[in-house]
Structure formats: C-alpha cells, structure tokens
Design a protein around this ligand. Structure first.
Ligand code: GDP
Length: 420
C-alpha cells in the first residue's frame, strides 16, 4: 500500500476508505488505491450525508442488483409488459451516447439520480470501454446483464420512440396528475435536442410521478515542478484556422502567466537566469499540429524567466472513433493526465475537458471558439467553478429561476447552466 500524504486533518487515504465500503480487494482495482499517490490532496471532502447515501445505495444494489431474487422477479414483470405496482427494487438503466467524456459525465449524473431516488443503476457500457473502469461495489455488478430482455429494443430508442416519457405526455397516454397503475418502464430521452415534453423530466412534479415506475431507461448520457494541461478540442477544423487557435493558446498562457514568454534572441540574461524550474506542458488533441507548434516555440527559443518548458502529447488520433477499445483507452488516459495538472486550459463546449477539470478539482481557463476566424479577446477566461456545464437544460424551466444562488449560466455556453 502506498504512503499517502496528509491534507489538513484528513488524509486522502482516509477519504478513500470512507468512500468505499470496507473489505474491497485492493488488487482488483489498483488505480483506485494508488491515485492518491499521484494527486495533490483534494480540499473537497465527502459530506456525512453523501457517505450515508453511498452506504445505503450499496446495500440496495446488493439486494436488487443483477441475478438477485428481486431482480429476477422484477424482470418477470417487465417481460409480461403489464402495468405494475411499485416494488422495493426500482431501476434506472443507462444507455450510452457520444464520446468518452459525455459517457463518464452522464454515468455520474445517472448515478446521482439513482442515489437521490433510491433506484439501482445498471449501465450498458459497450465493448469500446470494456476494462477501462473498475466495478464500484463488491460482490455485484453495475453492468447491465447481456440477457436483459429489452436489449433488443435499444437500437430503436430515440426521441421518436413512442414510449419516451415526453411522447407519452404529448399524446396524453400519461399525464402528471394521474398515472396508476404505472407502466412497467419508461424511456427518458435527455440528449441535446430534448423538447419541452422530454424536459419535463427535470421538474419536481414530474419526478413525483416517475417514482412509481420501476424501470426506465436513461439515454445517453514526471518529474516536472509544475504541470500545465492544454486541451485543444477543435470541433470543425475547416472553419477554425490553425494559426488563430495556436496564437490564442499562447496569448492565453502568457497573459495568465501560466507559461513564460520566449526571447526572440538568445541573450546572456536568459542563460544566467536564477529560475531553472521545469514546467511540463501536456497537450491533448485529436491532431498533432498544436503540440508541434507549441513544442517548436519552447524548443527553439529560451524563455524570459529561464524556466525549462517540456511539451508532450500522448496521442493524436486524427478522428473520433466509436466502438474502438484502444481509442477509448487513449482518451481516458488523456482525460486522467489532464486532471493531474496544476493548471488547466480547456476548450469551450467540450465534455472531454469538463471531465478532466471535475476529476482534478480544477477551475480551468477556457478558450472560447474563434468566431469568423478571429480569436476572441480576451483569449481565455477563468471558469467560476470546477463543475461541468449542462449544455441543454430544459428551455421551459420548472418555474424555477436560473442564475441565482449556486446555479449560474456557463462561461462557454450562454444558455447552459452550471453549479458554482
Ligand atoms: P466532447 O465531444 O469534446 O464534448 O467530448 P467526448 O469525450 O464526449 O467526445 C469526444 C471523443 O473524441 C472522445 O471520447 C475521444 O474519443 C475523442 N477525442 C477528443 N479529443 C481528444 C483528445 O484530445 N485526445 C484523445 N485521445 N481523444 C480525443
């Protein structure tokens, strides 16, 4: 077992021991126990309320998880297609959409939803992320069994599937005031293009109604002295000029004093400099040009401060691939490495970056996308919090006010919402 640094009164190891139920086989998931060695201690401690919810959830998952008596019984009801009375075991099944960042974020959201509504979360992973994550609970699984009866219908799940919660509300098959007996399952469509009916899922009144449904589906969802992570996500290379993005990144790092400027001519002032510290810059991108250019700047010229800058990029995949395990592994490694930075620069609109910042507890500097080929001024802005941005909150809110208290509009998506 690695030695773990203390943070204030509580060591990272103690936090870990609290988060996971005792008796875990450490060898089954080394990264879970060893990550504390590589990360600086977090100032974010789990609350007693969260810990008690986690313990309750673990018991529930053990009682209702795959292949238990309760699970088998609920499956029978599901197969029969009959409307049912509420059982002790209610479930939320997660089906994936989009890239790895989106998946990690939406699995975390689905888990929070399960925790708050006393449901058991079962996750459909897909082979591309097989082996990338550990099972969180002992003697049970989070994975949706292969013989799950509705699996054959997954391909039909989309916004137009007649049995989405939104479509059933729209067509009057169900309404908020009356739903008894509840249907055996509902499909909740929550992707980026939700309409006002799908969005009613987020309202308290509708959640009261959903509590009665036993199943439904939730779609988606070195050695350096200092490490700087730069995540360059260019969604459309045709309309985003390479040079504009590179200039934007360098003006951001210099303006925010994350990286030193370089001397155009080699001078004795630089070589005599007192500051010989080493900064490692990790560039992640689907493309190699950004890394090549930034590396070139620090490779060929001395820095004004005398600091030595090393620039690295683990991979450049060129294209997003779906269904490829090695591609996902590289993406996960890069998200993980970015999250271990001391300072992080991310690209606006990217869930890949959101996951890295949240994992690392970091408030990143966000690079806005260039508009009409011109870099924005200022080149980057500091995020208000480490939280991700919810890009498509329901447009017809639940009579709740936004931009108040702990919920604000995002820095990078003006209609998006985030916790601060
Ligand atoms: P988003 O599209 O940026 O919001 O984030 P996602 O992570 O959901 O989807 C992007 C996908 O593209 C990832 O899962 C990766 O497969 C790939 N990708 C994007 N940027 C990078 C990168 O910097 N490195 C690697 N290895 N893959 C990337």
């Amino acid at each position: 077992t690695p030695e773990v640094a203390d943070s204030g009164n509580v060591s990272s190891q103690q936090v870990l021991d609290e988060l996971f139920a005792p008796g875990h086989d450490k060898g089954s998931c080394l990264s879970r126990y060893e990550f504390v060695v590589y990360r600086k201690p977090s100032s974010h401690k789990p609350s007693p309320y969260l810990l008690s919810k986690l313990r309750k959830y673990e018991s529930l998952h053990k009682l209702c998880g795959p292949f238990t008596e309760s699970y088998n019984k609920t499956l029978e009801q599901l197969k029969s297609g009959r409307n049912v009375s509420t059982t002790d075991c209610n479930y939320v099944v997660y089906t994936p959409l989009s890239g790895l960042g989106n998946r990690m974020l939406t699995i975390a959201s689905a888990f929070l939803y399960a925790l708050l509504t006393n449901r058991v979360l079962l996750v459909e992973f897909g082979s591309e992320i097989a082996g990338l994550f550990c099972e969180p609970f002992q003697q049970t699984t989070l994975l949706l069994p292969m013989d799950f009866p509705l699996r054959s219908q997954f391909d039909n799940f989309s916004q137009v599937y007649p049995r989405t919660y939104g479509n059933m509300l729209k067509s009057g098959i169900i309404n908020t005031s009356m739903m008894s007996p509840p249907p055996p399952f509902l499909y909740i469509y929550l992707a980026y293009d939700i309409d006002r009916y799908d969005g009613l899922f987020y309202c308290d009144q509708n959640q009261d109604q959903l509590r009665k449904v036993p199943w439904f589906y939730r779609a988606y969802l070195s050695k350096a002295d200092e490490r700087i992570g730069i995540q360059v996500r260019v969604f459309d290379t045709k309309v985003t000029p390479f040079q504009t993005v590179v200039d934007q990144i360098l003006s951001c790092t210099i303006k925010e004093k994350l990286l030193p400027d370089v001397l155009e001519k080699r001078s004795s002032a630089a070589s005599l400099s007192k500051n010989q510290s080493l900064k490692a810059v990790l560039v992640t991108s689907l493309y190699s040009e950004y890394y090549e250019h930034i590396k070139g700047v620090y490779w060929t010229k001395p820095t004004v401060s005398g600091e030595v800058i090393g620039v690295y990029q683990p991979s450049h995949e060129e294209h997003e691939l779906y269904g490829n395990n090695m591609h996902s592994m590289k993406a996960w490694t890069e998200i993980y490495l970015l999250s271990m930075s001391n300072a992080l620069i991310t690209s606006s609109w990217s869930t890949f970056g959101y996951v890295a910042q949240s994992l690392g507890g970091l408030k990143p500097w966000i690079l806005y996308s260039p508009l009409n080929g011109t870099a924005p001024d200022p080149p980057c802005v500091r995020a208000m919090s480490m939280e991700p941005c919810f890009h498509f909150p329901p447009s017809h809110g639940c009579k709740a006010e936004v931009n108040v208290g702990h919920v604000k509009h995002c820095e990078d998506v003006e209609w998006g919402l985030k916790l601060v």
